[in-house]
Design a protein around this ligand. Sequence first.
Ligand SMILES: Nc1ncnc2c1ncn2[C@@H]1O[C@H](COP(=O)(O)OP(=O)(O)OP(=O)(O)O)[C@@H](O)[C@H]1O
Length: 460
Amino acid sequence: MPRGHVLVLDDERAILTTLQKALSLEGYTVDVAGGVGVAEEKLAKRSYDIALFDVSLPDGDGVELLQRIRVSGSELPVVMMSGHATVDAAVRATRLGAIDFLEKPLSTDRLLLVLENTLRLVRAEAEAKALRTQTGQVGELIGESRAMLDLREQIARAAKATATVFVTGERGTGKELVARAIHGASKRARGPLEKMNCAAVPSELIESEMFGHEAGAFTGATKQRRGKFERASGGTLFLDEVGDMPLAMQAKLLRVLQEREIERVGGHETIKVDVRVVAATNRDIEAACREGQFRPDLYDRLNVLPLSLPPLRARREDVPQLARHFLALATQANDRPGMAFTDGGMGVLVAYSFPGNVRELRNIIERLVILTPDETIDEGDVKVCLGGQQAAMKGGLFRPGVPFRVLAEEAERAILEEALGHHGGQMAATARGLGLERSHLYKKFKALGLRGDKGEAEDE
Ligand SMILES: Nc1ncnc2c1ncn2[C@@H]1O[C@H](COP(=O)(O)OP(=O)(O)OP(=O)(O)O)[C@@H](O)[C@H]1O
């Protein structure tokens, strides 16, 4: 049985030939591309198990290609390789979920190991996902507080219905987990669950992302492509951050929800879609309606089954259970078995305000597992971890023994908080001020577990 289908993108013919030979000998099926354009054509034609991308190519950049395929929703595992990669390229690629960043000249043994481990992991995840679908379970929603018990009941009710669900809550409260739980417990569980992040997709791509496009619809549209609505047919479409959808797109979404049919960009054919929509936002959507940023008629259409998630600080009794859950995951991932909180350590954690909610808690625990030298995590360890950001703000950037990744994240977090404060909490102005794309700034905020405008938490 073939071990997997690999796409190799590199402009050096010698490398392509060597890799094709080495990987074929190991039982992989290999396709090669000498440039970004050819790679894109191949990726559009068939699905691969894994891809290897060089960074600088005559007709483009491997990291940018990775970004484009992520924007299109693909989770294809990608390993980057480069002879003279900058740290910036490595950081960007890692943030886009690249599996590894291999230095050239490549060690074939190392490469084979990375491929084998990645494919094993991807398959194990796919099996676990299939199993969850069969048993109707989705990524566990942890917590036994009154609010969580009510939430589970609401999820069960929503799963039985077919109407649109509107999930609201601050960032990191678990909106996506809830959307997945609803899909997983519904009759559509065997169908696809497609997700679209309306804040992360650049506004000029959002229509084609939702409805697809015909070949030649616009520059770069070389092939016909199905959009999220078509791909979610028979299943569920999760529209994340729907409150950030541009107004022009809101009108189009409203029409689809009313008529249940779409037209691809550049197409004339009307296509019926059978999709259950679950939408989510962390914005105060009623305020957005009043301010003319969100269409009230679309809000009415989406808000058929409203589901509101409480912030973590309103259900502190869930913190210990969640903390132990994330601790178990983080100790396993970092190979540090036996770690545990002292009562004092847990006490500090429970008292914290968690502006970034459950996601921030998860990030804090991951940091604690990396930073705490011994097996017990005590009061002092938690305080140091929670204070790391303040230390970075005061200029204490370097702390002996703390890994670079953690220090760099703390510094980035401090810069972004200060910039956001300077711009009166407005994300758009902050993005402009820092010379960043708004969607990029959003992602950064999420990655760093930060709060965004209007006091909403912006994390992951
Ligand atoms: N009740 C919970 N039990 C276990 N894990 C949770 C729970 N709530 C959230 N999480 C975890 O916290 C992280 C953030 O959750 P999720 O992405 O669903 O939040 P979100 O509200 O959709 O965030 P955002 O608004 O930033 O998109 C995820 O890793 C998720 O698995």
